[in-house]
Design a protein around this ligand. Structure first.
Ligand code: FUB
Length: 321
């Protein structure tokens, strides 16, 4: 695979969470559309109202199956609008879709919906996960069977409204030399319906062991992803307003993680969001850009490219041609 592949030219989709279930590759994207909402710094133009599941068995040239709509805003009692990024994890033969959406007061939470197959349809819980907030869940299953959800996003993702898992009276976004706001991680309960613990900060350290600062273009903004390679934990994320995909590595799912480098330079479009997965002995980066829509930032297209590691375990930067 020499060139990146656009996966689904039939429709605009973004934020691909790629997972392998039963030997097939499934993609859980956000479903973009043109709602007519004006663009703003809080993502008011991302008015997504449903999810589709895509699957394929050959990433490089195989046919992509669209399993159709698997969950929509009207299916969920607590959701008001904006179904953003989602991901799926399997436990004991059931598939749990964890998604971010705004409640009827315009506050983001994470919800759970359950299915018997990886392609749904997914039956939603009546209420969001207790104590959940912000956006962009990544559901990571470790080799011991524990499932961890990484989440959080700045600006429209509302993470700056919380400290120590409590809502602040006034949002606070660190600036300059202050420590950057971290993503969060929580282990899921056995039944996958709740957090099994209070969410913890995902701390990213520089090579000197200091937490990344708010003015660092490599600091966390949104789009957490976790994968494991050769026993190491790779936490990757988007830097939002500096438009990079970066990664940091650690020895356990909670971190701390040490910053390693940039995976992908800015793509066409404001947002950048990805997942990394091994399928049929090859590693891939799934992401999106806005080239097909002519740089309309809320109409994004899914892409995939091979991803390679160096011998020392660092990731070779991916060139987005
Ligand atoms: O798709 C809506 C938002 O845009 C996601 O939640 C962010 O990660 C960004 O891709």
């Amino acid at each position: 695979m020499k060139e990146p592949r656009y996966l689904f030219p039939n429709d605009y989709m973004a934020d691909p969470s790629a997972n392998v279930f039963n030997g097939r590759l499934y993609i859980y994207p956000s479903h973009d559309w043109d709602s007519g909402a004006a663009e703003d710094d809080n993502g008011g133009h991302f008015e997504m109202k449903d999810y589709h599941v895509l699957s394929l068995d050959d990433v490089e040239q195989g046919e992509v199956t669209d399993h159709g709509q698997v969950l929509c805003v009207d299916d969920v009692e607590w959701v008001g609008r904006q179904m953003w990024d989602n991901d799926v994890a399997e436990r004991d033969g059931k598939y749990y879709l964890i998604y971010s959406a705004k409640d009827k007061n315009d506050i983001f939470h994470l919800g759970v919906a359950v299915a018997d197959t990886p392609h749904g349809p997914f039956v939603p819980q009546h209420d969001p996960i207790r104590g959940s907030y912000s956006i962009d869940p990544c559901a990571f299953k470790d080799e011991d069977g524990e499932i961890y959800v990484y989440f959080g996003g700045l600006w429209g993702g509302q993470l700056q409204r919380y400290r120590d898992n409590k809502a602040l009276e006034n949002a606070y976004l660190p600036e300059g030399e202050e420590t950057a706001l971290p993503s969060r991680v929580a282990r899921m309960s056995r039944d996958m319906m709740q957090f099994a613990e209070e969410p913890k900060p995902v701390v990213i350290l520089d090579k000197d062991g200091n937490p990344l600062k708010a003015n660092d273009p490599h600091r966390f903004f949104e789009a957490s992803w976790m994968h494991k390679y050769n026993g190491k934990y790779y936490f990757s994320y988007s830097t939002g307003d500096s438009h990079l995909l970066c990664y940091a590595t650690g020895d356990n799912p909670y971190g701390p993680f040490t910053f390693q480098g940039v995976i992908l330079e800015p793509v066409v479009g404001w947002t950048t969001h990805h997942s990394i997965v091994e399928y049929k002995d090859k590693w891939y980066l799934f992401y999106h850009d806005c080239i097909p829509s002519g740089d309309i930032t809320w109409l994004r297209s899914l892409k995939v490219q091979r991803l390679y590691y160096n011998e020392d375990g660092t990731i070779k930067p991916v060139i987005n041609k």
